[in-house]
Design a protein around this ligand. Structure first.
Ligand SMILES: *Cc1c(COP(=O)(O)O)cnc(C)c1O
Length: 401
């Protein structure tokens, strides 16, 4: 096949050399210095105190201070934190949540025997659309779970106004958002409670773990009982709990992780800025909008591909990038309302056109602290040349072979 343009280098799928000679990792967590983790942990290990000890308490205090809340409750994961929150808040009936999220958000609803009702997302921020939430409220609705998508803060004020007006509980799945800020305020301070994930793909890492932040002392006490089988200390549980405790080692890891969090946030933001600079002139790409006053953790950096303008679909771009040795992810596709466990809940309800469009076109690019500037630029240039090459071939006679 003749090259449609002498100025655009051939992408690998058209016979060119790959942008990278070897595949590199899509995600690689930067972990705190091992010695600092071990020196915090070894005394407890030597004393045989590997669970229910004071490292978890120390992590809870340090996180509460960082987030500016009265209480942080450490749990085994964000998923168990959300499960316990719904239980402790005595949520019943229907819970409104975005369809454009990781399915753990919905699983927490389902595990509690509640009915998930999916709301659409905003076309710019890709977080849950408060106006659409309000249209889906019924007399059975008792709670909203909103997700700070990729760390981009939700429209928390509008959501709180709706929750207050309709007397609903408001929970945030803040899995992506430790370190994010809404205006000057840390994510963690909003709603009845927020649940963070400390699993290795997130910025603050405990190995596995979660943190629930709240200013409600009664709720914090229920959660502390809830993570311990529901035992409030009387051996006569008030709620059906779990074993959702965080081990001491995980707390040591997360405590050391807090010390390097600001550096990670800065690096994620620098990479995101660079991607946007390099890609904003490429036709057919759309970017997530972060309000100027907000800080996004950029747990992920994602673009939406408009096939009409880009001349290539999201899936074609993803395969073409893989040929360049660049791994990408479709976070989050399919959306929850199209997944087999959940589509029944959505049947007969109003459509989710923005979710369908964003989820159907979104592509997450590699972003982590140790990714070099050269690699970031190489990824952006590979996307640029694929779309430019496509434009050049579209402008040439489609009959050439
Ligand atoms: C990762 C993630 C979770 C699950 O977190 P775990 O700590 O692994 O349970 C929940 N919600 C969202 C949006 C996530 O991305």
């Amino acid at each position: 096949m003749a090259s449609p343009s002498t100025t655009v280098p051939r992408p690998t799928i058209h016979g060119g050399a790959p942008a990278f000679s070897e595949r590199f990792r899509f995600i690689k967590p930067t972990l705190p210095d091992f010695q600092s983790v071990i020196s915090a942990y070894q005394g407890f290990y030597a004393a045989g105190m590997i669970t229910n000890g004071s490292l978890v308490q120390r992590l809870e205090s340090a996180a509460a201070e960082r987030l500016g809340v009265n209480d942080c409750v450490a749990v085994s994961s964000c998923t168990s934190g959300l499960m316990l929150l719904l239980r402790a808040l005595r949520v019943t009936g229907e819970v409104i949540l975005p369809s454009f999220t990781f399915f753990a958000t919905g699983h927490a609803v389902n595990w509690n025997g509640l009915t998930p009702v999916f709301a659409d997302c905003d076309p710019d921020t890709w977080t849950i659309d408060p106006d659409d939430v309000e249209t889906r409220i019924t007399e059975r609705t008792t709670a909203i779970i909103a997700v700070h998508m990729y760390g981009n803060p939700c429209a928390v004020e509008a959501l709180q106004a709706i929750a207050t007006r309709h007397k609903l509980k408001l929970i945030f799945d803040s899995a992506h958002a430790f370190g994010s800020r809404r205006g000057g305020r840390p994510i963690g301070q909003f709603g009845d409670a927020e649940a963070f994930s400390l699993s290795p793909t997130k910025l603050l890492v405990a190995g596995e773990g979660g943190l629930v932040s709240t200013n409600d002392a009664t709720l914090a006490n229920s959660l502390r009982a809830g993570r311990n089988y529901g035992d409030p200390g009387s051996y006569d549980p008030d709620l059906i709990g779990l074993n959702a405790r965080m081990p001491e080692f995980n707390a040591a890891l997360a405590l050391a992780g807090l010390a390097i969090l600001d550096a990670k946030l800065a690096r994620h933001n620098a990479i995101a800025t660079r991607y946007t600079e390099l890609l904003s002139s490429v036709r057919g790409l759309r970017f997530q909008k972060v309000a100027p006053a907000d800080l996004c953790s950029y747990k992920d950096y994602s673009v939406c591909v408009d096939p009409g303008a880009a001349g290539i679909t999201r899936d074609e771009l993803a395969s073409a990038l893989l040929a360049e040795n660049i791994e990408t992810k479709k976070y989050f596709y399919p959306p929850m309302h199209l997944q087999k466990l959940y589509r029944g809940y959505h049947a007969g309800r109003p459509a989710l056109p923005v979710t369908d469009s964003v989820s159907g076109s979104v592509l997450s690019l590699p972003i982590y602290e140790s990714l070099s500037d050269e690699t970031v630029e190489g990824v952006a240039r590979a996307i640029q040349r694929l779309i430019l090459y496509q434009a050049a071939s579209d402008n040439h006679s489609p009959t050439h072979s």
